[in-house]
Design a binder for this molecule. Structure first.
Ligand SMILES: C[S@@+](CC[C@H](N)C(=O)[O-])C[C@H]1O[C@@H](n2cnc3c(N)ncnc32)[C@H](O)[C@@H]1O
Ligand code: SF4
Length: 340
């Protein structure tokens, strides 16, 4: 433990503090991205959570406050698709009021054009938009619900017009959308939106992940550098997940997230809460700690903080550093459940 403003800041067994919290606000989604919620598994019969199973906004605010008291500086709302959660702007309002907190949201942007202003007014600081390709055919092949690229671009424009800084995230899968990487770079250069490419990961047990489908981040950088020369940018802080590069001509920067080829567990400061209130210390964890039971069982704020501290202090996860083809077959929870 080390002293922290409002008490003590827990460190895990590898001396990592907790700095970022990702909160999944729903397990539902209107897309069926093949790498996340493949239709063959998450079809009509899949049992999503009932509303009463989800943490309420009051409960989420208490959880967020507890984590902020332990050192969290950044909260990202995710899912499933977070904009499908009814009145999400009310939650943004509650969390946006927490002092000194950087509040972001990750979305497929299907509802962003409609909601961007309300989200900004409620106190959202930034938005991350997922867009895997600018070409309709590969984008369709990945979202699997025939969602048009143009509507995602409208969402990005609406967020920017509302004054929200935008990051665009693309998962790259070999043979599906990797040919479009340079086109993405060309499109977003000079727009002020930072573009980040994410290596396809073996999250969950339903996407049929194979190492051969992963396009290494180094290859993505090489392909872009060949057309638009790049130079590396120093990491801004410990635990920054993206390796950043700037265009030598000053047209902005890109980032790559090499969680498969260059894992960064040693600096991982992220905690995750599922929509039903389970606390996970790794994207690849199998078991979570039931914070909802504590909240609904009358736990005080101190009880909640103690429970989180206890779990974090025992944390030893470093899955990505020990990943092999074989570990990818071990049981794991889905990204749409734990939140990406
Ligand atoms: C699970 S989604 C939830 C938020 C929202 N629905 C969205 O797509 O932005 C969060 C992020 O996880 C990424 N993701 C999902 N499955 C992935 C995988 N197998 N490998 C890498 N990234 C993945 C998505 O592309 C998205 O950027
Ligand atoms: S990546 Fe996001 S948009 Fe795609 S299925 Fe998963 S939760 Fe939905």
């Amino acid at each position: 433990m080390v002293p922290y403003a409002s008490g003590v800041q827990p460190l895990d067994t590898l001396k990592r503090p907790v700095r970022d919290l990702r909160i999944s606000v729903t397990d539902r989604c209107n897309f069926r991205c093949t790498y996340c919620m493949p239709k063959s598994v998450f079809g009509h019969e899949y049992r999503f959570m009932d509303r009463k199973e989800l943490l309420t906004f009051e409960e989420l605010e208490r959880v967020a406050q507890a984590f902020v008291g332990l050192g969290v500086e950044k909260i990202r709302l995710t899912g499933g698709e977070p904009l499908l959660r009814k009145e999400i702007e009310q939650l943004v309002g509650r969390l946006g009021a927490i002092e000194g907190l950087d509040l972001t949201l990750t979305t497929n942007a299907s509802l962003l054009a409609r909601k961007a202003e309300a989200l900004r007014d409620a106190g959202l600081d930034r938005v991350n938009v997922s867009l895997d390709s600018l070409d309709q055919a590969p984008f369709r092949a990945m979202n699997d619900v025939d969602f048009p690229v143009a509507r995602v671009l409208e969402g990005i424009d609406a967020a920017a017009a509302a004054g929200l800084p935008v990051k665009v995230n693309a998962v790259v899968k070999r043979g599906v959308n990797d040919e479009g990487v340079v086109e993405m770079a060309r499109h977003f250069r000079g727009t002020g939106h930072s573009l980040r490419f994410i290596e396809y990961m073996d999250v969950g047990a339903t996407n049929g992940w194979r190492l051969d489908d992963v396009v290494p981040a180094a290859e993505i950088v090489e392909r872009i550098d060949a057309v638009f020369p790049l130079e590396p940018v120093e990491a801004a802080y410990r635990g920054e997940v993206a390796q950043r590069f700037r265009y030598r001509d000053g047209a902005g920067e890109i980032g790559v997230i090499s969680s498969v080829t260059q894992p960064f567990c040693g600096d991982c400061t992220r905690a995750r809460i599922s929509a039903e209130g389970k606390f996970y210390t790794c994207l690849f964890a199998v078991r979570g700690t039931d914070l909802r039971a504590l909240l609904r069982g009358g736990a005080s704020d101190d009880d909640l903080r103690d429970a989180i501290t206890g779990v974090w202090s025992r944390r030893a996860d470093r899955y990505s550093e020990i990943r092999t083809e074989r570990t990818s077959e071990l049981p794991r929870i889905e990204m749409s459940y734990i939140g990406g």
